[in-house]
Structure formats: C-alpha cells, structure tokens
Design a protein around this ligand. Structure first.
Ligand SMILES: [Zn+2]
Ligand SMILES: [Zn+2]
Length: 401
C-alpha cells in the first residue's frame, strides 16, 4: 500500500464543504431523466476547474471523464447517476427544490457530489494511482437506463475498465457506515401489458356480447399462481400488476380490458419461463371466456450482481477509512432494480449502500418519498469509501497488467 489513510481523510475533509454546496445546488435545481442539461453543465464546470478531461453529451446528457494514473491503458470506473424524480418536495429545508414537481428524492444529487468530491481527492493523489480512473456521470437511471447507453457508446474502453464501483444512499443505515450485499443485490425486471378483447353489449343481456373485464380479472388473480406453482419457491420471483382499465358505464358489458405490471427476479434464468407461463395463462383464460388476448413484454434492467472479489476489496478499503464497526454485510437483497446492473454484466461491478440516516433519528424517510431528507454527512462517507476503494482495486488489479 503506497498511500496513507490519514492523507485520504484529510483530503476528504478539505473537499467536503464544496461537495455539500454542490449537492445543494443540484438539489435546488433537479431535472428529470433525459433532461439533465443544467446538471451536466454544472458537472462540466467543476471538471473544468479541476482540469479533468471529459467527453459530454453521451447517451443524452451523460459525461465520461478520466483521471490518468501512471498506467493510461488500464483503469477502474466509478459511476454516479444524476436524474431526479417527478415529485413535489415536502421536506422543509433551506435548499428545497426550486423546480415544481421535480425532486432529488433518490439521492442522485448526493451520488454526483460524492463522485466530484472523490475526483477532487484523487486529482491530488495522482502520483499514488497505479492506473487511471474513469468517472461516469450517468443520465436517466430512473427511466431508460443511461448506463447501458454509456456502455454501448464505448465508455468502458480507453482506458480499459475491468471493474466499476457505484454507491446508493440508504436511510436504513446510519451516516458514517456502509453495507454490502454479496451476489445478487437487485432484481432483473420486465414490464408487461395484457389487452383482452371481447364484445360490448347491454349489461342486462350478457349473452349478446363477450365480457372482457371478467377474464382480465381472472388473469390478474391467476398470475399469482405462476409464482406459487411454476417457479422454485427457494428463489425470488415477483409479479405485480399495477394498472387495470376497463369499462365505461355500470350497465355496459365491457368489450375491452387491459392491465400492466412488472415481473422481477433475482435470477436471470427465471425471466424467460415466467414470461412463457404468463402468456400461456392469459391466452388460455381468454379462450375459456370466449375472448381474445394479446400479451406484450418489454425487458428492462438485468440483475445487479456484485462481484465477490471486488466486495472483499471494498470491505477492506471501507474498514480502513471508516473503522471496522462501520462496514457490514447485509444478506438481504432487494427486488428493486437499478441500471448499475449493466456495469455488472459488461465488466465486473460492486454496488454498495452508504448510510444516510442521522444517528439516533427514529424515522428517516426512505428514497422516493417526497419528505426524503438524508444526512449530508453521507457525502463524506461516500468520498472516503470511493477513494479508498479505487486505490485498493487499482493496487490489486495493477499486479496483473
Ligand atoms: Zn430511484
Ligand atoms: Zn436511485
């Protein structure tokens, strides 16, 4: 190890106030997925001031920057997402959102501020970097998966990036601590829409038509049998129907019904058979009721799977900068989805949660709440752990270059 932990801590402390100010600037000016124009401009401004090379306008408003170390062919990546959510902020804070109906309720303002703070620290430790560091400022995490587009645009080459790290704020954990989840951490997801067609008629004379609503209801309840009877109970699969539309008046038999939902699983191998079972169940149900039906699927993010080797290295690095008691393993994955998953499938990845709850706070609002108000101390936790993780990964990987 050719770097000093106290140096990392001092540098992190020195950039902390600026990082908090930058986060507040983003928090006051949140932008929705695919519209992160001002956010990107603010990031470019900061990268310019640090003298970091970058390319902007990738996958919409994405930015790919690089800090060169002694080896310019190989490096490690760090990713931060930058988009906000369609929510009106209710938290009463001095830097409340100034953009009505839009709010940084998933902490992506914090992720961006942490990455810039980490970049500033690493710039001052360039002589300690055996390889280069790629910084991904990634748009559209909440919608279309900007991560995939940045990867498709070639952001994992030149320098060649074999490992990518990323983090997410979590108000279930105290600020100052991090949690890592081995193996599958987030689910793969596929959206589906089912459209049932019958023939409308007077409600008093059902035999004159074909009810579409009744078979659609049978499908919604029947779909849960795919989970309990068609998939391995030891594995995690979830089918959620979130919308249902049918009918125009109480005395008209509805000629059309449609509903939509999402399949989620922690195992990629469940996705194809579950889609087949859903389609078979819906088609057979429609036929049994004399109706017809169309089932459409749109695959979304793959599973987010943490790499075991990287997990070990990031745990070691985290313990050095935070202390043994502030780094823990959580064995419970989430069936939520995150497009960091694409980095795990295109390179190897490690995604970890940083505590954002004020120590002693009884009820801290979770992400996607309009009252979400994380402890900004998590920014220091993020800078410390990203910096230490990058140094550890470069130290280990450079042995093989
Ligand atoms: Zn989110
Ligand atoms: Zn998020």
């Amino acid at each position: 190890m050719n770097y000093d932990i106290n140096q990392i801590k001092k540098l992190a402390d020195a950039v902390y106030d600026d990082a908090v100010a930058f986060r507040r600037r983003l928090h006051m000016n949140p932008e929705l997925s695919e519209y992160e124009e001002k956010t990107a401009a603010a990031i470019c401004e900061k990268l310019d001031s640090l003298g970091i090379e970058y390319q902007s306008g990738i996958a919409g408003h994405g930015i790919s920057a690089v800090i060169y170390g002694s080896n310019r062919e190989h490096g490690v990546g760090i990713r931060a997402d930058m988009d906000a959510l369609p929510l009106t902020e209710k938290a009463e804070i001095p830097f409340k959102s100034q953009n009505p109906g839009v709010m940084h309720a998933c902490g992506h303002d914090i992720h961006t501020a942490v990455l810039l703070g980490t970049a500033e620290v690493l710039c001052q430790m360039k002589d300690k970097l055996p390889g280069s560091v790629r910084l991904f400022f990634q748009p559209s995490e909440e919608t279309i998966g900007g991560a995939k587009q940045m990867i498709d645009a070639g952001c994992l080459s030149n320098p060649k990036i074999d490992s990518v790290i990323g983090l997410h704020v979590d108000t279930n954990i105290d600020a100052g601590s991090i949690e890592l989840i081995p193996g599958p951490m987030n689910a793969a997801s596929t959206e589906f829409t089912v459209t049932v067609t019958g023939k409308s008629c007077h409600g008093a004379h059902p035999t004159d038509g074909i009810d579409a609503l009744l078979p659609a209801c049978a499908m919604v309840t029947g779909l849960q049998s795919v989970i309990t009877r068609r998939t391995d109970p030891a594995e995690a699969v979830l089918i959620t129907v979130g919308t249902f539309e049918s009918g125009t008046k109480e005395n008209i038999i509805s000629g059309e019904a449609s509903f939509s939902g999402i399949i989620r699983s922690l195992q990629m191998h469940n996705m194809a058979p579950v889609k087949e079972h859903i389609e078979a169940l819906c088609m057979a149900t429609a036929q049994a009721y004399g109706a017809t039906c169309k089932v459409e699927f749109t695959d979304s993010y793959p599973t987010l799977e943490n790499d075991d080797t990287l997990l070990g290295w990031v745990m070691d690095a985290g313990k050095l900068v935070l202390g043994e008691d502030h780094v823990s393993i959580n064995k419970k994955p989430s069936l939520g989805a995150d497009d960091f998953a694409y980095f795990c499938h295109s390179s190897r990845g490690i995604y970890y949660n940083i505590g954002a709850r004020r120590p002693g706070e009884e009820h801290a609002y979770a992400i996607h709440s309009d009252c979400f108000n994380p402890d900004e101390e998590c920014i220091r936790t993020g800078i410390l752990t990203e910096t230490a993780a990058v140094l550890k990964i470069l130290e280990e990987e450079s042995k093989t270059w």
